[in-house]
Design a protein around this ligand. Structure first.
Ligand code: SF4
Length: 324
């Protein structure tokens, strides 16, 4: 049964300016129970130091659901854990589909966790994009549709585990994607930049230092290891762009559309990289260290499919932002 939102059933939700849901779309490990350290499978790679089957707790996960090596994930060989972002799905699943039950003690809760977390996580990523779109002044004419889509997707996240198992995530993405794409076009139309068409472009290792990429369509572009130092990416649409190992030192991303913390964590940057208020500067950008290696894509490190049908940063496991 498809659970794609029916855009014809439009509730009259008054749109509001600015990002409205940032708090609920951020990882909050203190209110989670280590779901992303249990549910996904890891393969030993540049992202993870060990193999782990799906559903088995990572050996570094403590009994209190905290990562025992959270303060040294990168040097311990787990950069994928730092990169990963559940977009706030963990607490929603812990309180909703699991009903507060401990997955360690309840086989039913463990099953619900396995079903619910990937679905809610994917829906929350869509909510992140929709929330970003609603905030754009250029999308004022679409705010009603965007807010409606947000509310409908958000409603799916509250389904019980059995209902979540029936959600057609790809169908939901397909319904939301045109809206997000249209917002990208409207935003780009208002930029003085050249608005380059680079959707899905292979820009691996590209030399784009100082490039004027304002308003560029970089949806799903592969910028693995690209030199984007001092580039101007304001108002560029980067949904699904692979920025792993990209050099963003001195780049301007203050108003970049659909940018995620995962993309930033997977890239390199510094104190001169300009970011908007909605995103945190990755800790490894300001810690003196050797340049971050570019993880090679592996089957297990394939990122989740974004609405544009391309990649979104590196797949990981447990956010290093766990406040312990
Ligand atoms: S954050 Fe990574 S290393 Fe730490 S417990 Fe979770 S999966 Fe394991």
């Amino acid at each position: 049964m498809s659970q794609a939102p029916d855009m014809s059933q439009v509730p009259a939700t008054p749109p509001g300016p600015g990002r409205r849901h940032l708090t609920t779309l951020r990882a909050d490990c203190a209110r989670c129970v280590g779901l992303c350290c249990v549910v996904p499978a890891f393969a030993r790679s540049a992202d993870f130091a060990l193999d782990k089957p799906a559903g088995r707790p990572c050996p570094n996960l403590g009994a209190d659901s905290a990562c025992t090596i959270h303060d040294r994930l990168r040097p311990s060989g787990f950069p994928g854990c730092v990169v990963f972002d559940c977009f706030g799905a963990g607490p929603v699943v812990a309180a909703g589909a699991l009903g507060g039950q401990d997955w360690r003690a309840s086989p039913a809760a463990a099953g619900a966790m396995m079903t619910a977390f990937p679905v809610v996580r994917a829906l929350h990523e869509l909510l992140w994009y929709l929330d970003a779109a609603v905030a754009r002044p250029a999308a004022a004419g679409l705010r009603h549709d965007l807010v409606t889509a947000y509310d409908q997707v958000e409603a799916l996240t509250r389904l019980p585990a059995a209902g979540l198992a029936e959600v057609d995530v790809d169908g939901v993405r397909a319904r939301v994607a045109p809206l997000l794409r249209r917002v990208g076009e409207l935003v780009a139309a208002g930029t003085p930049g050249p608005g380059r068409e680079l959707r899905g472009a292979d820009l691996v290792g590209a030399r784009l230092r100082g490039a004027d990429l304002r308003g560029a369509d970089l949806r799903g572009a592969v910028l693995l290891g690209a030199d984007l130092r001092d580039a101007d990416l304001r108002l560029a649409d980067v949904i699904g762009a692979d920025l792993r190992g990209a050099d963003l030192r001195g780049a301007d991303l203050t108003d970049t559309l659909y940018l995620t913390g995962m993309q930033l964590e997977s890239a390199r940057g510094d104190a001169a990289t300009r970011l908007g208020p909605d995103l945190d500067r990755p800790a490894h950008w300001t810690t003196p260290s050797r340049p971050a290696p570019v993880p090679l894509p592996t089957p297990s490190s394939r990122p989740p499919a974004p609405p544009a049908g391309r990649t979104t940063g590196a797949r990981g496991a447990r956010a290093g932002r766990r406040p312990r």
